[in-house]
Design a protein around this ligand. Structure first.
Ligand SMILES: C[S@@+](CC[C@H](N)C(=O)[O-])C[C@H]1O[C@@H](n2cnc3c(N)ncnc32)[C@H](O)[C@@H]1O
Length: 214
């Protein structure tokens, strides 16, 4: 995927203080002491640092983001705060350079809508979670399929709306990769964003490869 527009927009936003989130993934995550967590699209690192405090010195939190400026900002803040149970990795979410089954918890806030190959990202989430691990992800979905003229416009995708898919498509992909116990934890009313109508939601599910269906 070409992330040039995304990197350009978020490089400029790395030093700003405006809110880039669209839900309460970390608040809803019920992260626990000693857990290993990953934040996908970690931005300035705020959620990684919050999780680092919760999981404690025997836990660990990875932040993954494609924008070098975001990674630098997050690393600088972590160093200033003396937090050392974190690591920030510059990578595209379609290819995350971490080993299989490393995490108890994967969170993400307002990022997956940017990624063109949604199935690929969800396969990565499934690969990275331990059996019994969970995701808690805040994102937007579109009320209706996004017209192609916008969906193929990299600037509109970088603005957090044109890369959105419908709720049905979203849930279908999550089921397809094998997650169980999928639940919506919070969901907004529809609101206009760019040229479309979206809703924000926070969704969770469990990787349970050995659950029986009988
Ligand atoms: C809306 S911001 C959210 C940042 C952070 N999660 C927060 O809530 O403040 C989206 C972030 O995702 C990153 N991002 C977008 N597309 C990505 C991709 N394909 N791979 C990795 N990171 C990506 C951007 O660089 C940006 O930092």
């Amino acid at each position: 995927m070409d992330t040039k527009e995304i990197v350009g927009r978020y490089s400029a936003l790395a030093q700003e203080t405006c809110c880039l989130s669209c839900g309460g993934a970390v608040d809803k995550s019920e992260a626990r002491l000693n857990e290993v967590c990953i934040d996908l699209g970690s931005g300035r690192g705020t959620d990684v640092l919050r999780l680092a405090e919760i999981v404690g010195e025997n836990g660990f939190v990875y932040g993954v983001d494609v924008t070098a400026e975001m990674i630098r900002k997050a690393e600088t803040t972590a160093a200033k705060m003396g937090v050392d149970n974190v690591k920030f990795i510059q990578a595209d979410l379609e290819h995350i350079p971490l080993e299989d089954e490393i995490a108890n918890l994967i969170v993400s806030n307002c990022t997956l809508n940017h990624v063109s190959n949604k199935l690929r990202v969800w396969q990565e989430i499934f690969r990275l979670l331990k059996n019994g691990g969970r995701f808690v992800i805040s994102d937007i979905y579109s009320r209706f399929p996004v017209p192609e003229e916008y969906a193929n416009d990299p600037v509109a995708v970088s603005e957090c709306w044109a890369g959105a898919i419908t709720k049905n498509e979203y849930l279908k992909i999550i089921r397809q990769v094998g997650f169980k116990e999928i639940r919506i934890l919070e969901e907004s009313n529809p609101y206009p964003k760019g040229e479309i109508e979206v809703s924000s939601f926070t969704i969770t599910g469990i990787k349970d490869e050995f659950s029986c269906c009988c």
